[in-house]
Design a protein around this ligand. Sequence first.
Ligand SMILES: Cc1cc2nc3c(=O)[nH]c(=O)nc-3n(C[C@H](O)[C@H](O)[C@H](O)COP(=O)(O)O)c2cc1C
Length: 376
Amino acid sequence: MTTSLFDSFDLSGVQLANRIVMAPLTRNRSPGAIPQPINATYYAQRASAGLIITEGTAISPQAQGYANVPGLYTQAALDGWRTVTDAVHAAGGKIVVQLWHVGRVSHQSLQPNNQPPVAPSAIQAQSKTYLINADDGHGGFVPTSLPRALASNELPGIVEDYRCAARAAIEAGFDGVEIHAANGYLIDQFLRSNSNQRNDKYGGSIKNRARFLFEVVEAITDEIGAARTGIRLSPVTPANDVFDPEPQPLFEYVVAGLAKFALSYIHIIEGATGGARDHQQGNTPFNYAALKQTYRHAGGKAAWMLNNGYDPALAKQAVESGLADLISFGRLFISNPDLVERLRQNAPLAEPDSNTFYGGNERGYTDYPFLNTKND
Ligand SMILES: Cc1cc2nc3c(=O)[nH]c(=O)nc-3n(C[C@H](O)[C@H](O)[C@H](O)COP(=O)(O)O)c2cc1C
């Protein structure tokens, strides 16, 4: 019998009702870095997903890069998250939190003491971040600030911040964590050669550029167990101005190293995040099948989760053919809280309104309708 998108899945002991995952989605609706009751409503509405991955969540004040993003480093934030995890669990769902350090994708006004953001090297990202004006509450995109290069003796402190955030996540009731190593944020800035021009043991060779990632994985799995730890990678995305001319050997090295940890899942963004699935960096198209094969040959047993631009047909095909164990949907989960039921019924899918993605109130957040389930 072929596997279906609607079959249950054992995620390292966490029982998922189906293979449909809500991708991490920053929504900038947690003022003071504290999850609010409206955030609990939003996530609980989407609890029929097999798994929810929260929006990127800052592991420390320095990790912050956008206005009104939640954190995991104060008691108030943990209490706020507890309300969210309780609401999702009460609705029958499972939820992991995405652990985020933005690195250079930040603005001085968001950093402790208005300091420059930190990065592997002092190279400004040609990208934007999102600020909200405290006076009138209006938000807008601004260029990121010039970062300062991290000294190598600062890195253990950041690894420790990841460890503490992972511990806090479990205390707040999450079923696990996802390490955000994608989309041009801090870990990805270490991986890619255009953002990492260090000449210490964290720069240069692939092995050196991947060192920080493995230190983070080691600390988190040591703290909460590999079965509660997933990771997100985006081998060719240009998001936040990262580039590497040779992504294939880089990411095959990464997944082969990850095989040593019994992680719960590997989450791969295929192509440009939110853009072309066949986006390419370097001279040859990225070979995702080879990436998976390298991981499996190295003994890796984690669930294989794919993302980016999946529509219902493509998602069904990926799971039925065994290309993926799990598929994550981003934008469709914004506008279809009952996406699982809609896919099951082949019902029409609502389009998301990008004007209300970042910041604001319940409009475009908790007011997307469910299918009319009345028998009339
Ligand atoms: C509004 C918005 C916010 C996002 N925030 C995050 C985030 O916090 N962390 C992350 O890894 N990806 C983030 N992404 C990327 C999505 O997780 C996903 O990779 C992307 O939308 C492509 O999937 P889709 O085609 O199913 O939407 C965001 C995307 C959107 C549209």
